[in-house]
Design a protein around this ligand. Structure first.
Ligand code: 13P
Length: 263
């Protein structure tokens, strides 16, 4: 039987809104309602919103049965126990979450989250039926300037995912977010972004094989994407977007989703 040895192109794109800690509960609910109606007929790709922890449940109730899926911004790796302040994957699933962001660089920087924790969180989420991890990687400015980007990405993937056994029904999203591009207003150059996604996919191919890469993984870009530059990221190697600032306005986020899913 012929074996497929090439990276799959043209997969369904996913566009994920990361609201970070930008909105209070009231504004989160208002924006969730706007998103629900704006995306009511959107069928070109998957759309996910990740509000803050306190807003999750109410935003989930608004989005229930709609085209827009719910995601969390963090999770803990244990199922239950004396872990003050933490939330289990199962509880996130119970309130309707289907996705969870893991290891965002803002958490790596502000609360010292490291790749050992990211590995444990990813494993716990993968083992929770119906919950998909969005694992963040990305180099900082210094690493990029000194030509270490590819090495850093491979190393981060190895630390976050190395040794995981991935089963048929499990999905993983790797979000490539160059740290220097996040919130800076300056996105990565399109050719460089395309190349970095290729490096990530080749690394995942080395780690898991082409079949698992094509079936179980998506690799998406994040960092200063807006309706003005989003068409630059419409490449076959980029399977979607993780959007911060431009996801705080329903019209703007819709434009981003509409453009990235246009042929
Ligand atoms: P910005 O789109 O605001 O640069 O944020 C990107 C990001 O960190 C998404 O997780």
């Amino acid at each position: 039987m012929a074996k497929n040895n090439s990276i799959k192109k043209g997969v369904e794109k996913i566009i994920i809104a990361n609201w970070k800690m930008q909105l209070d509960l009231k504004d989160s609910l208002i924006l969730a309602k706007k998103m629900k109606s704006k995306f009511a007929k959107f069928k070109k790709g998957k759309v996910v919103i990740c509000p803050d922890l306190v807003s999750l449940r109410d935003v989930g109730a608004i989005l229930k049965g709609s085209n827009v899926k719910l995601g969390a911004q963090n999770v803990f790796w244990e199922e239950k126990g004396p872990y003050t302040g933490e939330i289990s994957p199962r509880t996130l699933k119970d309130i309707g979450c289907e996705y969870v962001i893991i290891g965002h660089s803002e958490r790596r920087k502000n609360v010292a989250e490291n790749y050992e924790m990211i590995y444990k969180k990813t494993k716990a989420v993968l083992n929770t039926d119906g919950l998909t991890p969005i694992v963040c990687i990305g180099e900082n400015w210094d690493e990029r300037k000194t030509d270490r980007r590819d090495f850093v990405l491979a190393e981060q993937l190895q630390q976050a995912l190395g040794g995981l056994e991935i089963f048929d029904n499990q999905r993983i999203i790797v979000a490539y977010e160059p740290i220097w591009a996040i919130g800076s207003g300056t996105a990565m150059e399109p050719q460089e972004a395309d190349y970095a996604h290729k490096i990530i996919k080749l690394t995942l191919n080395n780690m898991f094989g082409m079949q698992i890469l094509n079936k179980n993984f998506k690799v998406i870009y994040g960092g200063s994407v807006s309706s003005k530059n989003v068409k630059d990221f419409n490449s076959e190697n980029i399977d979607g977007l993780l959007v911060g600032g431009a996801s705080l306005n329903a019209e703007e986020f819709y434009k981003v989703a509409d453009i990235i899913t246009s042929k």
